[in-house]
Design a protein around this ligand. Structure first.
Ligand code: GAP
Length: 552
């Protein structure tokens, strides 16, 4: 699929119009890289997180093992604090290594991620320069406009520009003196690249100095590593087992972009799976496959989803193997995908670091990094984070497999995947375009809409309220009595509500006893309607919505 900006614009507009996602602090002009969820968005996100939690943790204990798992295993959850001891981030490597390279423009004071600036060499009347941009629908068109403006040429003289080579990344250009920055008027305004740590800083306590500096966590994962011993000691779990957590993480992204895809505050759903080193590759394969399937089971179009293994030079400092689950978002270029989740084989890096001190790679070995005096640069806790298997009498540092997903990216993928524009014959037999959000029933914000046919007939309204009360203990119900019934269906189509229940005169028994206490049940996707007894409605909806995994 090629980059589809009009589709993305339509999705962003729907998100605002229907209350899925709003810009943060919008009445003050918004705040870059930060987003709020509206009434529908918050239900969708909660359902996605709940589905993940149930599928990863609650429905898996050692008595109920998923098929294909190499051994029985337990899964438990935790919730750790957002601000942790600063030593956690020094030992984990985030303090030294968690950065992006950025360039500043001295002329405009703008800042760009070094690897996001793209450009092409162009010559006019013997003057050659590297003109740049940071994106847009059509990179070449954007570069041409910048070059024409620089040389003071009108559009009709575009053929006077001589282009050289392909569009390439700024990092391929060594000398910035011939570079025209993405928003600059003069050449040579971009600085050399500098490292920029992505962790947000804060201060704990009354003083504001380096001694009480702390960080907002950039990942939830460290909460699981530092609590490994607590969980083993308190819950009698045995390797292999997983500790999971959902929660906010913060990264001061230089260029947040693509709606909620790259935000500065976002939520993660991470799980650290501790296993015996000799079994670790089996578990890695198991989690790679299982996590990919999770998305397709919930209705993500498999033709838009890939599982991509990282190249050796892409691997994080801790990882000996990583695969990403990636989705073809409408804002991706043709053939490109955006990461939803990384499944990493982290080896024993994390537990060893928190025991011994920050580790660095020396050849094939991970060794403790030393300072100038030969002491550990960032010492670990010194606590014993090994695991003793009392059956095999084996003591070892467990290896870790980590499926790390972003809740907000997952929400965005489900929104993009659900969005459909369809031409239909409406309830009055007329042709019409409808927007319908085809969410899997498990994650849909509301499961059923209840509509009295007419709002000014008290008997219909009373019956509709009765049906709502019947269904509410089982599922999220939306009641709507305003406007023509067709308009109400369209509103619920846009909200992604999979079923609609209409209470009409048949329900009241006005057309004979046979249809008394029956309603019409409408299917969002097929738009088919059938008559169903009110007494059977909750059971029918339970079956259709497939509550068996989660409604307990
Ligand atoms: N503990 C490993 C870890 O944090 P990551 O690949 O940096 O790995 C995991 O992050 C997931 O968190 C990503 O796959 C993505 O879904 C989400 N994520 C990361 N940065 C994000 C951002 N700036 N905005 C939204 N989601 C983000």
């Amino acid at each position: 699929m090629a980059r589809d900006n009009s589709l993305m614009d339509a999705i962003v507009a729907l998100c605002k119009r229907r209350g899925f996602v709003f810009q943060s602090s919008e009445i003050y002009g918004g705040f870059s890289g930060l987003w709020d969820y509206g009434p529908l968005g918050v239900e969708l996100k909660r359902n996605i997180k709940e589905t993940w939690w149930r599928d990863m943790i609650t429905t898996h204990d050692e008595l109920d093992q998923p098929e294909g798992a190499p051994r029985r295993f337990q899964m438990v959850g935790i919730e750790s604090s957002v601000i942790m001891h600063p030593r956690v981030w020094k030992t984990s490597g985030h303090y030294d290594l968690f950065h992006d390279e950025m360039v500043d423009c001295r002329e405009t004071n703008k800042r760009y991620r070094y690897d996001h600036v793209k450009g092409r060499w162009v010559t006019h009347e013997g003057r050659r320069l590297f003109v740049t941009t940071v994106g847009g629908d059509d990179l070449q068109a954007a570069l041409q406009e910048r070059a024409l403006r620089f040389f003071g040429l009108k559009n009709k003289y575009a053929d006077k520009l001589e282009w050289d080579g392909e569009i390439v990344d700024l990092p391929t250009v060594r000398d910035h003196t011939e570079v025209l920055g993405p928003d600059a008027k003069e050449l040579g305004s971009l600085t050399e690249p500098r490292e920029f740590n992505l962790m947000f800083e804060t201060h704990v306590g009354a003083m504001r100095n380096d001694d009480n500096k702390a960080f907002l966590r950039p990942e939830t994962a460290q909460g699981m590593f530092v609590n490994f011993k607590n969980v083993v000691d308190s819950n009698r779990v045995k390797v292999p087992f997983g500790i999971a957590q959902q929660g906010k993480s913060f990264r001061n992204e230089i260029t947040p972009r693509n709606f909620t895809f790259r935000s500065r505050e976002f939520e993660q759903m991470e799980m650290e799976f501790f296993c015996h080193p000799e079994e670790s590759f089996k578990w890695y394969t198991y989690w790679r496959d299982r996590r990919f399937k999770w998305y397709t089971d919930l209705g993500i179009d498999a033709s838009k989803l890939i599982l991509r293994d990282h190249e050796q030079d892409e691997l994080s400092h801790y990882s000996v193997g990583t695969a990403d689950v990636e989705y073809a978002f409408p804002f991706c270029e043709k053939g490109e995908f955006g990461e939803l989740e990384g499944i990493a084989h982290r080896g024993d890096f994390d537990l060893r670091s928190h025991m011994e001190g920050k580790l660095v790679r020396e050849g094939d070995e991970l060794v403790v990094e030393k300072d100038a005096e030969g002491n550990p640069k960032y010492p670990g806790s010194g606590k014993d984070l090994t695991f003793f298997d009392d059956e095999t009498k084996d003591r070892f540092v467990p290896h870790v497999i980590e499926p790390a997903a972003g809740a907000d990216r997952t929400v965005l993928a489900f929104i993009c995947n659900a969005y459909h524009e369809e031409s239909i014959t409406n309830e009055k037999g007329k042709e019409e375009m409808r927007v319908v959000m085809k969410f899997h029933p498990r994650i849909a914000p509301y499961k059923v809409g209840v509509f009295p046919l007419l709002k000014n007939k008290p008997e219909l309204v009373a019956k509709a309220r009765e049906v709502c009360n019947l269904l509410r203990p089982h599922m999220a119900v939306f009641y709507d009595e305003g406007g023509a019934i067709g308009r109400r269906y369209r509103r619920q189509d846009e909200a992604g509500t999979p079923y609609g229940v209409t209470i009409d005169f048949d329900t009241l028994g006005e057309n004979g006893d046979e249809s008394k206490d029956t309603i019409t049940l409408r299917d969002r996707d097929t738009m088919e309607q059938k008559r169903v007894k009110i007494s059977e409605l909750a059971t029918i909806l339970h079956e259709k919505i497939d509550f068996k995994h989660w409604a307990q």
